[in-house]
Design a protein around this ligand. Structure first.
Ligand code: M6R
Length: 589
């Protein structure tokens, strides 16, 4: 969470920082700020709210600076708590959580130092300032300060009177880049990518010094590290919205291409080494969060049914605390769009420590997860900017379904073909426009339920997450058969129910739940390929989608649900790309 950008070079720093921060805003948008170094002096400009509030700072002078867009952890979203934080000669931006901040703060207070924010981050500025007075060397001061911190951090630090930016990384992503126009650091490649520039990913425990001459990387002992810098071409840059009003709408439309590209790429990545591991695998553990967790649930259904392999899906945030019994020949699959989700990373590392092989399914090349895993199945969704995950969900399913068919093949089991899924997704998109008409009943709703059985339940869970995330309506995804065991008590005429029915074998039983909610006055909306169901008396409206193998159907049935969430969010007056309190990449636990 939080986005960092730093620059020093030939250009004026303020526009570089502001443009970079705009591209990082998906990481947090509670408050933002920049600090510029001009004539050896520091100037700080911060505001509550989005990066656009920093526009007046665009004209500030200085060829070196640091910037930050914040997702609040410690301290309310306010100008006071916005970064950069300044103490003495030091000014810094921080992404992560300093876990021992309270103890360090008490030390500083005992020395008579005063704090000007409620954040954990400010304590680092105090520490560095004190150590800089002893060392007279910013890099050494930052390193010594980091030695006293526990938790996670990515820092970019300026010091009055010094023409340099010092960076440090521990369990929070940070990349360093250089080009003819100067040196950069950022939480995400996309913020600084441009033709002609080159970048490298800082590893945990490493430091970097940016000067007008370029970027140097140092290890934990401050020995220079030789890094191969990779080219940051246009393809790494964050995309625009094109003809669409919102990133979310554009990304929903990109699902067919995400599916097609991922199916192609995943096949290529199943090499002989991975095949060998798959053949030996007896158990699959999935670790993931949010939408990626739902991809894991969809995969579980397909893997058990098609490849006959015992699969368990864990919420990554629970995995380490649960300490599941380590079964021999377990392959752990960590699914994450960003590849930076702290809980998923921690779970993958815990699985490795238990002796499991880890396969990463991620959308971001060179992400922390990709670098931590033994094997990688990349998803090729393209950059996803909207906080609500959409096309990345289908891309994850594409990669996982390829894995599923490979597992089946290794066990001499037949598997349904994946060919044609991208075309069916395009057809589903075209047919789903009808959901816009459903919106009024949802806007007036007290709460919403999404129901399904089997793979349809997984799609229902994802549809519900999407709706609550961007419309702020209380919503729950439920196994259709579970409803009557308590939750039915909540259903009345102001509780729209969306039923997903894509498996013919389960249709009658799911429709029982539909009868039950209809009898309690609930308006019922159906997502199904079966025309006969659409005509049922109980159904208020239906999104008729194409038919595919039920094990793979969430790839299609989720599309009308994503569109529904999008339109309801708009009707509620919300920004679907930046829902309140959330951020795209959750890099803190
Ligand atoms: O980057 P990841 O896939 O690891 O992110 C996991 C979740 O934070 C993410 O899917 C989140 O639930 C989405 N905002 C849901 O739309």
């Amino acid at each position: 969470m939080c986005g960092i950008v730093a620059y020093i070079g030939k250009k004026r720093a303020a526009p570089v920082l502001l443009d970079g921060l705009k591209k990082l805003e998906y990481r947090g948008y509670d408050c933002a700020g920049v600090a510029l170094l001009f004539d050896g002096k520091l100037e700080v400009f911060k505001r509550q709210g989005r990066v656009e509030a920093l526009e007046p700072a665009r004209t500030l002078a200085g060829n070196a600076g640091i910037g930050h867009t914040r997702w609040a952890t410690h301290g309310a979203p306010s100008e006071r708590n916005a970064h950069p934080h300044r103490y003495g000669r030091i000014c810094l931006v921080h992404n992560g959580i300093i876990e021992n901040a309270d103890a360090l703060r008490r030390e500083c207070l005992a020395r008579g130092e005063r704090f000007s924010s409620d954040t954990d981050s400010e304590v680092a500025a105090h520490l560095i300032d004190g150590l800089y007075q002893e060392e007279n060397d910013l890099l050494r001061a930052v390193r010594r300060a980091c030695g006293r911190l526990s938790g996670s951090y990515a820092f970019a630090v300026l010091c009055e009177g010094r023409e340099e930016v010092v960076c440090a990384r521990m369990r929070s992503p940070l990349i360093v880049a250089k080009g003819e126009d100067g040196a950069f650091a950022a939480s995400d490649i996309g913020a600084v990518a441009a033709p002609g520039r080159q970048g490298c990913v800082l590893e945990d425990g490493e430091f970097a010094r940016l000067t007008r001459e370029g970027a140097e990387v140092f290890d934990a002992h401050l020995h220079p590290v030789r890094r191969t810098f990779f080219s940051l071409g246009d393809e790494e840059a964050l995309p625009g919205k094109g003809e669409y009003p919102h990133f979310m709408r554009k990304e929903i439309a990109e699902a067919p291409s995400a599916i097609e590209k991922t199916l192609f790429e995943a096949e290529k990545h199943i090499n002989s080494q991975l095949c060998e591991v798959l053949c030996q695998t007896e158990y699959l553990d999935i670790v993931a969060c949010g939408t990626a967790y739902h991809s894991g649930l969809c995969f579980q259904y397909a893997a058990e049914r098609i490849a006959h392999i015992r699969t368990e899906v864990f919420s990554a945030s629970e995995y380490r605390d649960l300490q599941p019994v380590a079964m021999p020949h377990t392959l752990t699959i960590a699914v994450s769009q960003s590849g930076e989700t702290a809980d998923t990373l921690a779970a993958a590392q815990a699985a490795k420590a238990r002796g499991c092989r880890v396969l990463a399914v991620t959308n971001v090349a060179r992400s922390s997860l990709e670098r931590a895993a033994d094997f990688v199945l990349p998803t090729r969704a393209g950059r996803e900017v909207a906080v609500a995950a959409t096309k990345s969900f289908q891309a994850q399913l594409a990669a996982l379904y390829v894995l599923c068919t490979q597992l089946a093949k290794g066990r001499n089991l037949p598997a349904p073909s994946l060919a044609g899924l991208a075309v069916l997704a395009a057809e589903t998109l075209a047919r789903s426009a009808a959901v816009e008409a459903w919106v009024p009943l949802f806007c007036e709703a007290r709460s919403v339920f999404f129901l399904g059985r089997g793979a349809d339940r997984c799609a229902a869970l994802e549809g519900s997450l999407k709706l609550k995330e961007i419309s702020y309506l209380p919503s729950e995804g439920y196994a259709a058969g579970e409803l009557k065991h308590g939750t039915l008590a909540l259903v009345d005429g102001r509780t729209p129910v969306v039923a997903v029915v894509c498996d013919e074998a389960l249709a009658d039983r799911t429709m029982n739940a539909v009868h039950e909610v209809y009898a309690r006055g609930a308006p019922v909306f159906l997502v199904t390929p079966f025309e006969a169901l659409a005509r049922a008396r109980e159904v208020t409206a239906c999104a008729l989608i194409p038919r595919c193998d039920p094990a793979f159907s969430p790839m299609l049935s989720v599309i009308p649900l994503q569109l529904l969430a999008y339109h309801v969010a708009l009707a509620c007056g919300n920004d679907p790309d930046k829902p309140r309190n959330l951020a795209k990449s959750v890099t803190v636990e």
